[in-house]
Design a protein around this ligand. Structure first.
Ligand code: AQP
Length: 344
């Protein structure tokens, strides 16, 4: 053991992120994650996976899971990821994720995992009934990132704590195994008004695939009428919109809709408020609905087109997996050697 802090990782900047195939993708996933993937692929070497290992931390119908993976892949492609530029693959096709996760299970401390708020939120009052996988989910997430020595991870705000854990695991591995700088300490890319999109029914909880109310979210596959209807029904208050952002502080639902508008339009929330100040939601919601339909509508259409040819999606995922396995292999081999495995 050494007391030295790990040297900073020196290498190419690399992006990694993923989404679970555990239900319909929604506006939160789009603005918090997908939209950033398409942008970043032109700036850094990019690996984007479909998190089917993570998905089974909650029950998934085996007859449907493979198709759910294809749906997420179609969403990636429809939102602009280019398989010639980015590596797109299914997590289960690269066993190195699970192998590294085992090593990290032995590096991470129980006390660290006990602090994870997402587990507490998902498990609720009956944590003893949850899978062990749900508890160790952030350890597998650390392996997903570090097996590629990724340096940047575009995610929504809800993943901030998990990214901190990844950094802790990387630092402890580097320290305990006297391998300074072996793993980078990756940075979460969270900024922007789309980082935390809230439920349309309750401004205090995040928009989520697992919310029982379909009206709480806009799905990527919703048609124009459904999108407009959900925005019309979105919970708001009776006040007009103020001029300044700080005057929205106690109005969670209003703040959320302004944030959604800003993220979809690529503007700042303050800029949007300046335009709509003094108007009520009767005027604002139709404008938001038009904007949402114009951005989301084509994505849903493109997803349907791509999904009509599942063999092509499988081909893209197959080629991506091959590339991902090639990049993961030397890191895993090096980890085995560092740990001292017989097979290392
Ligand atoms: N409401 C949100 N606002 C902004 N970003 C969000 N993300 C999720 N919800 C929001 C981001 O989407 C990416 C993929 O998420 P995931 O499917 O891997 O897991 P999740 O965070 O658990 O997503 P959901 O929709 O809330 O699923 P369930 O209901 O199954 O838990 C991540 O980058 C996440 O930050």
């Amino acid at each position: 053991m050494t007391d030295q802090a790990p040297a900073p990782y020196v290498g190419k900047p690399r992006v990694l992120s993923g989404v679970q195939p555990s239900g319909d993708l929604h506006l939160g996933n789009y603005l918090g994650a997908l939209v950033k993937f398409a942008r970043l692929q032109h700036e850094m070497q990019t690996f984007i996976f479909v998190a089917d290992l993570h998905a089974i931390t909650a029950w998934q119908d085996p007859a449907k899971l493979k198709n759910q993976v294809r749906e997420i892949a179609a969403a990636y492609l429809a939102t602009g990821l280019d398989p010639k530029v980015a590596t797109i693959f299914a997590q289960s096709a690269v066993p190195a994720h699970a192998e590294l996760a085992w090593v990290f299970n032995c590096v991470a401390r129980l006390g660290w995992l006990d602090r994870m708020t997402q587990f507490k939120d998902k498990a609720g009052k009956h944590k003893e009934r949850e899978s062990v996988g749900l508890y160790t989910y952030p350890v597998l997430q650390a392996a997903d990132i570090l097996i590629y020595k990724a340096t940047h991870v575009p995610v929504g705000e809800d993943q901030r704590q998990h990214l901190e854990l990844t950094r802790d695991i990387a630092a402890k591995f580097n320290h305990d195994f006297e391998a300074p700088g072996f793993f980078p300490l990756p940075e979460a890319l969270i900024q922007g008004p789309g980082a935390r999109i809230m439920s349309l029914r309750d401004g205090a909880v995040k928009m989520s695939k697992s919310d029982p109310s379909d009206n709480s979210r806009i799905n990527l596959t919703d048609d124009a009428d459904t999108i407009s209807q959900k925005i019309r029904k979105a919970r708001t208050d009776a006040d007009v919109l103020p001029e300044k952002l700080e005057d929205l502080a106690d109005r969670a639902e209003a703040q959320n809709l302004i944030g959604v508008y800003a993220a979809l339009a690529g503007r700042t929330p303050q800029d949007v408020l300046t335009e709509f100040a003094g108007q009520g939601f009767g005027a604002f919601k139709p404008k938001l609905a038009d904007l949402a339909v114009s951005v989301m509508g084509p994505i849903g259409g493109e997803m349907r087109r791509l999904l009509s040819d599942p063999a092509e999606i499988d081909r893209i995922l197959g080629a991506g997996a091959e590339r991902a396995r090639e990049v993961a292999a030397p890191t895993l081999a090096e980890v085995k050697r560092i740990v001292g495995y017989w097979a290392g």
